[in-house]
Design a protein around this ligand. Structure first.
Ligand code: ZN
Length: 93
């Protein structure tokens, strides 16, 4: 892995902990429902990498193959949740 800020390859992998020491930081796409989020569903594990040289912190999301297949069709700007749910209404704007 390379630092996106300075280009160094001196990165160390780590985890982000909250004050209680919980290590369950997850990335949750915006279209995951509130109820699913409430029960901890729909989140993807996040890896954290710190650059020794410039202290830049970067994240990597562990997307599943299913996620890639689902989101790959949208190149560039991702559609909003409403546009995704009702694609016909967005084409009229
Ligand atoms: Zn760096």
């Amino acid at each position: 892995m390379k630092c996106t800020t300075c280009g160094s390859t001196s990165l160390i992998e780590g985890v982000l902990l909250d004050e209680a020491g919980a290590e369950d930081k997850k990335f949750v796409p915006k279209d995951v429902s509130y109820l699913k989020r409430l029960f901890g569903m729909g989140g993807r594990k996040v890896q954290a990498w710190g650059c020794i040289k410039c202290s830049h912190l970067q994240f990597v999301i562990e997307f599943t193959d299913e996620d890639r297949a689902r989101f790959r069709e949208f190149a560039g700007q991702q559609p909003s949740v409403l546009e995704r749910l009702n694609p016909e209404s967005s084409s009229q704007t």
